[in-house]
Design a protein around this ligand. Structure first.
Ligand SMILES: [Zn+2]
Ligand SMILES: [Zn+2]
Length: 416
């Protein structure tokens, strides 16, 4: 896509006044198929969310204004916040970076924006999409940090897939990405990460959590802003990075339309490794429903919100209290975080650790530990948050095995 013809945020801002000029010009003869909003220009698209027929400029205006309203109504930011935009080079995060920059300038949010990308190490996919992010960095003049799985964990996704095949690789990728974003945010000294999760993604996750009866995650996925607070043993707060989803009510189709009409430079290939089959079915089901009723996506999100609100009072549905991993120091609800558990499996040649088959794998793990005399400290290349925190490598095997069982019983993470 031609990146040089990219409209600047300033140009887009000027466009908002264009409809006024056109009102005077059209007076002479009636328009065929006029824009439902300005009535002065021919409509060129039917808005997927509402069915309104709109001209290009009115579409930009409603699209951007709805996101601005979402940000303001939910008080997502404070003036002066340093905010990282999780950038993959895909349509959602590219449009998010563009719109965040535009709204930050237009409404003087006073945000200090940075781009944060995760390099999972997927040849032919992530290497190409990261080139897109680098162009976005130059086009939007937003600084960029790329953190890689290889550097953080010693394993790229290519390495992991070579080891475990394609079956469960999304579990590794999802767990590692979540923590890698936190680590990148700490490196960047930001207090807030925004991600490009759109209304379709959230509706899918609501459906999946309802189908699984997972009320705690239903609550988390419907929250527009989440705050994972962790405390270390001395009671000090070590991580408090907000995550939010400014596209919570933005339809995927409209994001695609916006990127298309604005000629934004994004990367559109799907990940080459196996897709999440369960989510795929939820997606197809959602699209079928949407074809019958266009408000389905927003209706499902609202249902999720209503259900969350009604179960909120119930103590038993609360998410586990967050604390820190005894090994890497990052946020975890267990003694050992899921990333460390998965890494341990990889490094010990037991990659199924933490992704099901609990009993069998746990036995293998116990046998492996017995064979090595139980006393061998685990050696992972997991850097601590800062130099002052030493990582505890001598996790007691007994506690550890208990944790493995608990973690392995948890469903695969699908948190947006
Ligand atoms: Zn219009
Ligand atoms: Zn850990």
């Amino acid at each position: 896509m031609d990146s040089t013809s990219q409209p600047t945020p300033a140009a887009a801002q000027a466009d908002n006044t264009a409809s006024v000029d056109r009102t005077a010009a059209k007076a002479a003869k009636p328009l065929r198929n006029p824009c439902n909003l300005c009535q002065s220009v021919r409509a060129i698209l039917k808005r997927p969310k509402t069915g309104q027929q709109l001209c290009r400029e009115c579409f930009y205006h409603v699209f951007e204004t709805e996101i601005h309203n979402t940000i303001v109504d939910n008080k997502l930011f404070n003036k002066g916040d340093r905010v990282a935009i999780g950038a993959s080079g895909g349509k959602d995060s590219t449009v998010l970076a563009y719109v965040m920059k535009l709204l930050n300038d237009r409404y003087s949010y006073g945000l200090d924006l940075v781009l944060l990308s995760i390099d999972e190490g997927i040849t032919g996919y992530r290497d190409d999409s990261l080139e897109t992010v680098k162009r976005n960095r130059d086009q939007y003049q937003i600084p960029l940090l790329i953190v890689s799985y290889k550097d953080l964990y010693g394993w790229s996704m290519d390495d992991i897939v070579k080891e475990i095949g394609r079956k469960n690789n999304c579990t590794f990728c999802g767990v590692f990405r979540r923590q890698a974003l936190d680590r990148g945010a700490i490196m960047l000294n930001v207090d807030h990460i925004v991600t490009g999760h759109n209304a379709d993604d959230i509706a899918e996750t609501v459906l999946m959590n309802i189908l699984r009866g997972d009320l705690p995650r239903l609550q988390r996925c419907t929250s527009i802003i989440t705050n994972d607070t962790s405390e270390d043993s001395s009671g000090l707060e070590t991580s408090k990075i907000l995550r939010s989803k400014p596209f919570k009510y933005t339809y995927e189709k409209e994001i695609v339309m916006y990127a298309y009409f604005k000629k934004l430079d994004y990367f559109s290939t799907e990940c080459i490794y196996s897709p999440n089959a369960y989510r795929g079915h939820a997606r197809v089901f959602l699209k079928d429903l949407e074809a019958i009723r266009r408000t389905t996506i927003v209706d499902i999100i609202h249902s999720g919100e209503a259900l969350s609100a009604s179960v909120q009072a119930n103590e038993s549905t609360k998410l586990p209290t967050m604390s820190t991993c005894t090994r890497c120091g990052y946020i975890s609800s267990n003694e050992l975080c899921k990333a460390c558990l998965l890494l341990e499996g990889l490094n010990k040649g037991l990659p199924q650790l933490g992704i099901g088959h609990t009993t069998k794998i746990r036995r293998q793990h116990e046998a492996a530990n017995l064979a090595s005399g139980l006393s061998t400290p685990t050696s992972l290349s997991s850097p601590s948050i800062d130099g002052s925190r030493s990582t505890d490598e001598n996790v007691k095997v007994v506690t550890h095995i208990k944790d493995l069982g608990r973690l392995a019983n948890q469903p695969t993470l699908d948190i947006v």
